[in-house]
Design a protein around this ligand. Structure first.
Ligand SMILES: NC(=O)c1ccc[n+]([C@@H]2O[C@H](COP(=O)([O-])OP(=O)(O)OC[C@H]3O[C@@H](n4cnc5c(N)ncnc54)[C@H](OP(=O)(O)O)[C@@H]3O)[C@@H](O)[C@H]2O)c1
Length: 317
């Protein structure tokens, strides 16, 4: 498994991580099998969030990690907070939303609750899940420092933020923001489309992300690609989807060349980019996870990378 620097944290992590947003409805045994499968493929980085299945995803992950018996210092656990759902969260914590909440007291309570669910003393990384326009960066800074000093969080990052939002927050913080988790995959390429279509008037010239790709590379922040197999906003996977014959045919041809499956090529398409992103895969299927983590055997050419981009329905001006 190829490793990447996680931003400027000093952590060396696999270029694929397991996201557990969909693990809550798995039995304890199934969850253990999933954890064992990815560990066998050298994927020792786990991404969760307090809102996934109202906390249940983190609980199931925590129990599976415990049962599997992997040493805490052999794995990385990342979680996110800062969102309060309409019906509140779990354990009678009393929060009701819906809102985003970056107040210091909420962020500290969110981390404490995650540590309990995950049965661990610390998070390797804590991300602010979605930008809260009511945020006060100084209050966030105080909360981060409290969490860091208590040994509860080692590194901090963000999710779904554009460059100015990162800058605005970063100027108040003592800690370097190391990662930004953003939706990215073959069928969700805003940040690349906008780079190709600068100064044009077509739809792809709309810069939804404020130049986040170049910004992240410039500032050595790792982009973590979430929902890499989805098209749209959780509309479903694009692999083997009859809506997308052209990209599937292209992926199959390249998969045949490298003797892997389309799943491996789809991951390799992301890791091939020199931004050195980390791919957060969310499959709960052993076979697919094994196929996805074969991505390192695919050595794409620049032309193959562009061919996949074009087969996904994009154009180059
Ligand atoms: N920061 C954020 O705002 C944010 C938002 C969403 C997600 N995330 C993170 O990103 C992680 C991944 O998200 P995701 O679960 O949406 O990722 P995903 O890997 O794009 O999608 C996984 C889902 O698609 C199915 N799937 C994937 N490949 C398939 C294939 N080749 N054929 C058929 N079905 C396929 C999986 O089914 P099977 O299980 O049957 O394989 C599963 O239901 C989450 O767990 C979470 O950690 C972050």
């Amino acid at each position: 498994m190829a490793k990447i620097d996680l931003g400027q944290s000093g952590l060396i992590v696999p270029d694929v991580a397991l996201g557990v947003m969909r693990i809550a409805d798995k039995s304890a045994k199934e969850a253990e099998t999933i954890v064992e499968t990815v560990l066998a493929h050298d994927v020792n980085f786990f991404d969760t969030a307090d809102i996934y299945a109202a906390g249940q995803s983190s609980t199931v992950l925590g129990q599976a990690l415990k049962t599997v018996g992997v040493a805490r210092d052999q794995i990385f656990i990342q979680s996110k907070g800062g969102i309060i759902l309409e019906n509140g969260q779990i354990n009678g914590d009393g929060w009701t939303g819906p809102r985003y909440d970056f107040t210091g007291s909420h962020l500290i309570a969110a981390v404490d609750a995650e540590l309990q669910r995950l049965q661990t003393d610390y998070l390797d990384v804590f991300l602010l899940h979605r930008p809260d326009t009511l945020q006060e960066p100084d209050a966030i800074a105080e909360a981060f420092t409290t969490l860091a000093k208590a040994g509860k969080v080692r590194h901090f990052g963000v999710s779904n933020m554009n460059p100015w939002q990162v800058e605005f927050l970063q100027q108040a913080l003592d800690q370097k923001l190391i990662a930004n988790q953003l939706q990215f995959g073959i069928m969700h390429t805003n940040m690349i489309d906008a780079e190709f279509h600068v100064n044009m008037q077509d739809a792809r010239s709309i810069d939804h992300d404020g130049g986040i790709l170049a910004y992240s590379r410039l500032h050595h922040m790792t982009i973590q690609a979430w929902s890499p197999f989805q098209y749209g906003f959780f509309e479903g996977p694009f692999i083997d989807n009859p809506k997308f014959p052209e990209v599937n045919a292209k992926l199959q041809a390249i998969a045949d060349k490298y003797n892997v499956t389309k799943n491996a090529v789809a991951v390799a398409w992301i890791t091939y980019h020199p931004a050195k992103m980390q791919v957060i895969v969310g499959s709960m299927n052993r076979q697919r996870l094994s196929e996805m983590t074969a991505h390192n055997t695919v050595q794409l050419t620049n032309q193959e990378w562009y061919d996949i981009y074009l087969a996904a329905g994009n154009d180059l001006p």
